[in-house]
Design a protein around this ligand. Structure first.
Ligand code: AVJ
Length: 317
């Protein structure tokens, strides 16, 4: 098998630097969750997916396994399958034999993991044309290698849409119609609202992997942006904000301290936080309403018997 060609549009460190400087200058301070996914962060997230407390991944996998054939019947075989946030490439493997896509386009910001998982898929599915794209899918994507005459299925797993504010989520879904095309479809996963304790536990695992994942964002600033920051000066915090319907992750400053990035000094008093992630949860009806307002109709939704998680098939209306 010849070496896969990686379509590399990884954001420049200059653009990441701009986002970090703007976030640290804001009140309260924020950092974008895409910063989590450097090589170590991607590995930590793979471990999170294995945790007993983190129900989303295993529940989603069970739903996809159970309904893969129906999903293929409804979306059509021989499509161009684009996956947003392909990560370790575990979930798509549940669908490939059923969907038999003509082409697979995994899109992810974590270059090393993307290259490895794309090569493994190309190795294991020798009938499949694989085009890995290293990019931030929140930005416009140039995918001119995809033939026009092929219908598209966009797969957005993991409930990562939850990282967007609901209004941003709607705008993002609207933009995704450019990727699906009018004849295409979107297969998207959404974590459901449930007992707050179950959600809290999923982001505060007893092994401390989520805490390490959260704190790793500071190591990233040190390694990729030469920041002067002491990760030990911060502690992990995650809680379910029931009123907002979202999990919030923060880094709490253990003492008065500074972070220096690109020659700029940012002060944090003891107890002050850096907001690193929101993970919105929806009811099925709430998400279907959001999808409708984004210009989609939803012929089908699958959930597990405990209604922990959902997978929606959307088509441009
Ligand atoms: C990959 C964004 C879906 O919000 O559940 C896991 C990331 N953050 N544990 C999520 C995450 C903390 C995950 N998403």
């Amino acid at each position: 098998m010849s070496e896969l060609r990686l379509h590399d549009y990884h954001p420049s460190s200059a653009s990441l630097m701009q986002e970090v400087l703007a976030g640290l200058a804001a009140t309260p301070k924020v950092l974008p969750p895409k910063l989590f996914y450097d090589h170590r962060g991607a590995q930590l997230f793979e471990r999170i997916c294995e945790l007993p407390e983190y129900y989303p991944t295993r529940t989603e996998i069970a739903i996809l396994e159970r309904h893969a054939e129906e999903i293929a019947d409804l979306t059509g075989r021989g499509a161009c399958l684009l996956e947003l946030g392909s990560g370790a490439g575990v979930k798509v493997r549940l669908l490939l034999e059923h969907l038999r896509p003509k082409m697979y386009v995994p899109i992810d910001i974590s270059r090393t993991q993307l290259r490895a998982s794309a090569e493994a898929v190309a190795q294991d599915y020798d009938w499949l044309e694989v085009h890995p794209v290293c990019a931030d899918y929140c930005r416009p994507l140039r995918l001119d290698f995809i033939p026009d005459d092929t219908h598209r299925l966009v797969f957005f797993p993991g409930s990562t849409l939850g990282n967007f504010e609901p209004a941003e989520a709607r705008a993002f879904l609207e933009n995704l119609r450019g990727l699906t095309g009018d004849e295409g479809a979107l297969l998207i996963s959404i974590d459901l609202k449930k007992d707050p304790k179950r959600i809290d536990d999923a982001y505060n695992d007893s092994a401390g992997v989520t805490a390490a994942f959260n704190l790793n964002i500071l190591n990233r600033l040190q390694c990729d942006l030469d920041a002067e920051v002491d990760p030990d000066g911060f502690r992990h915090q995650a809680f379910y904000n029931r009123r907002a319907g979202r999990v919030e992750m923060h880094l709490i400053s253990r003492r008065p301290q500074t972070i220096v990035v690109d020659g700029r000094t940012f002060h944090l008093d003891e107890g002050k936080t850096i907001h690193t992630e929101n993970s919105y949860k929806y009811d099925v009806e709430e998400f279907q309403d959001l999808a409708r307002r984004a210009g989609y109709r939803s012929p089908r939704v699958w959930t597990d018997s405990d209604a922990l998680f959902s997978v929606h098939l959307l088509r441009p209306a």
